[in-house]
Design a protein around this ligand. Sequence first.
Ligand code: FAD
Ligand code: NDP
Length: 510
Amino acid sequence: MSLFKLLRARSLVPHRQLGIVAKSKYDFDLIVLGGGSGGLACAKEAVDHGARVLCFDYVKPTPVGTKWGVGGTCVNVGCIPKKLMHQASLLGEAVHEAVAYGWNVNDQNIKPDWQKLVKSVQNHIKSVNWVTRVDLRDRKVEYVNSKGAFFDDHTIEFVPKCGKRYIVTSEYIVVAVGGRPRYPDIPGAKEFGITSDDIFSYDKEPGRTLVVGAGYVGLECACFLKGLGYDPTVMVRSIVLRGFDRQMSNLLAAMMLERDINFLHTCIPDSVERQTDGRLLVKYHNTTTQAESSDVFDTVLWAIGRKGLIEDLNLQAAGVKTQNDKIVVDASEATNVPNIFAVGDIIHGRPELTPVAILAGRLLARRLFAGSEERMDYSDVATTVFTPLEYACVGMSEEQAIETHGVDNIEVLHGYYKPTEFFIPQKSVRYCYLKAVAEINGDQKILGLHYMGPVAGEVIQGFAAALKSGLTLKTLRNTVGIHPTTAEEFTRLTITKRSGRDPTPASCCS
Ligand code: FAD
Ligand code: NDP
């Protein structure tokens, strides 16, 4: 039965009396709630194994009215637009470096056109939305642009644009609804503040921007805004990048400070008001000294974390267990209800990263429809913070290694380094630093790798596979580097922290 006919037959009000006899017990083998990274990966993998799949995706507009198409956070308001803005800001720096390398750049007043940048970014996103829809159609994944909610454990109800309520049933249901930015509970937060959901399509120049929050989103947004010529201030509630290696996080903050990015440490906002000149007056206080202050900004960007989108799912109708605003699953992404699963950002206690959502979605579909038993391994997930010198890492922080192994049982090798390409434009090498955290005994199994420098994500990605395969310091020392790259620095690590020797290199090639 086509989806259209099915939906006509299954309009909610009289459905229980209809007595429809479907070909199988359920209308679909799999319903996926959420067409983002995890949901789409799961849906596409499932059809590849012969399942009949229906995918719902729906985006609730932000308080200032921003909305977007299918593909979820990553494509529309996350990784992709963020990487493009990051690249735009790096190019600004590169233009100035080009002059040192002998390029004649005539216009000395080089500055970006924010509206043009936003348009280019949005055009790219729209093309991805289009390709996604075509891909779903070609693969025969049924796609409905509506919000789905549980009617019971095998039934989803929804109201498409026509306003009529429908239900549809499935053997399995995968919840992949992701999350959305939080707003602080203070006056003016929603009226005057924006979030990462708005910034990539923001039609006016951000200008002087208060970025509240010092996690991934806050630091990345502050850095690309600075690189594009604006004036960001980061308000930090406790510490920068909580949960990451402390030394590396502090280096990252110092690198940002060197680039004239302002920080307001141990502060939280109290209110936002619009002044008569249109600018935003932010009142805040220091949580250590209790001192109250205020300042005026053109834009206030909340980057205080994300909440899982469970509130509209009517999970109680299916009896699915939640914790805070996330869904509780076991090691097979199964909820407490046997036929209901969850993947991606909506899962409690897992990394909120696109590749995590994608792989978990794929593996789940293979287990449900292809007899696989392979589970997602959430350990040693590599990640990078897209700041101008990126910080990328995989495995344990130094603190975690000490906590789990004991300080006497770990060895930390570290070093500063000087990227060759930094010499001519005389770029600061002060924060180009890396370290390997390893067991002290035997071949010295590596527990964590940390790297700050240009394109750190590209560097760490390959080492992540090595670390997952049991990389040791012995192997790393016997690996021949590719010269002159910055990634080769991992093969040149000789100085242990324990030795107290100066980890600053004398030259680039010794
Ligand atoms: P999502 O991609 O959020 O998809 C869920 C979809 O479900 C959304 O479209 C949502 O609107 C929809 N939905 C919600 N409720 C319903 C419902 N009831 N019915 C139907 N549809 C519904 N990760 C990285 O790995 N690298 C990065 O560089 C990176 N950068 C980021 C930058 C920013 C600014 C942000 C905010 C995130 C970034 N992330 C990054 C994280 C990454 O975007 C997420 O981890 C990833 O998108 C999660 O995928 P998901 O499928 O769980 O959810
Ligand atoms: P995070 O949870 O990483 O950071 C939130 C920040 O906001 C913290 O500094 C936190 O401080 C602060 N904060 C929380 N509540 C308040 C409050 N009420 N007032 C003031 N400050 C507050 O969230 P993000 O939004 O930065 O990122 C969400 C997720 O998205 C990340 O965990 C990551 O997985 C993903 N992401 C990945 C990226 C990548 O891969 N490069 C890029 C961007 C996002 P405190 O430490 O005190 O709690």
